[in-house]
Every structure is written in structure tokens, then in C-alpha cells.
Design a binder for this molecule. Sequence first.
Ligand SMILES: OCN(O)CCCc1ccccc1
Ligand code: NI
Length: 188
Amino acid sequence: MFLMKDIVRDGDPVLRKQAQKVKFPLSDQDKKLAHDLMEYLEVSQDPERGQELGLRAGVGLAAPQVGVSEMMASVLVPSEDENEKDKPVFKDVIINPVIVSNSVQRGALTEGEGCLSVDKDIPGYVPRAARITLKYQDVDGKEHQIRLKNYPAIVCQHEIDHLHGTLFYDHINKENPYAKTDDEIFIY
Ligand SMILES: OCN(O)CCCc1ccccc1
Ligand code: NI
């Protein structure tokens, strides 16, 4: 079980490295990593258990954030309404993910982004592709190619950035953090 003490913070070089492709079939170590990356999200999103363990809630967690420079990240975007808890909008461990295409249209979260590896709040819009076509392998090595939009698309781009050594604030406009072009959509 990962705890906050296991999460690498900004400044550690592992967060700025290009992660290595994961080989299949997964080693026992990689199987455990995939499980633990998803377990963190599930527990951190459970109010009682998350609080009890002092976890910052997260909708994604990339292997480099726990010091493992491999192309693997968990994503768990819960459904908006509470009583649909067991039907998340997107839930999977994405391995060797590739964004095969993205919309010209950009999108950003109105409240900006945060990161479990960045302790301070960094305000500003994080412009991303509004829609993406994502190709990845799951823990069984099965290839998936899916189209994502809105929050799941934003989260997956945030996680895939981690695998290439990019952090969310790298995308924030230095001159005007809230600069927006007219065709940008805003989510949430
Ligand atoms: O890398 C994931 N982690 O730092 C948790 C935060 C995830 C996240 C937060 C806001 C927008 C997109 C993704
Ligand atoms: Ni992050």
C-alpha cells in the first residue's frame, strides 16, 4: 500500500526522466506495482480510509511518482453522482500508453490542476487536447484503443506527461496563467 511518504516530490530527478517501456508478460514486481498504483487511488478516494491514512485523494498515479521510471499509470475517474460509485467514468492501469491522435480543440479544467508530487498550488489553466485517442496495454498485455474527452482525457494526458518527465505546470502560460484562446473549452 503506497502512502504519502512513498510519493516522490518535485525536485527528484526521476520526475523529469523519460520512463522505460514495460515488457510483457509482466514480472511479479510490475504486477504488484500495477495493483498498488490502483489501490492508492481507490483508498484515497474513500473518505474514511483516505483520511485515516492521511492520503491526498488522486484520480491518477504514475509509476515515476513512486520512484519507478516505467511507462505505467493508474487512472480512476469516479462517476459524478455518488450512488453510482461502482461505475467509474474511466478505471484502468494504462501501460505503454500512446496518444495516437488528439483534437485541434484545446480544453482545460477551470480550476487548474494539481499533482501529488507537487506540494504547492500552482494557479493557471493547463491547456490540453480536449479529446484524445489513447492506445495502451492493460495488465494482461491486451491492447486497447479508446477515445476520451472531458475529465478522463485531461487526467490521462496528465498521467502520460509524467511518463515523459513533464509536470502540469510546464504547460501554464508564464506571462498570463489564465490566458485563453477563443476556441478553448473549459471542463468542470
Ligand atoms: O499524477 C497524478 N497525480 O499527481 C494526481 C493528480 C491528478 C490530476 C489532477 C488534476 C488534473 C488531472 C490529473
Ligand atoms: Ni501528477
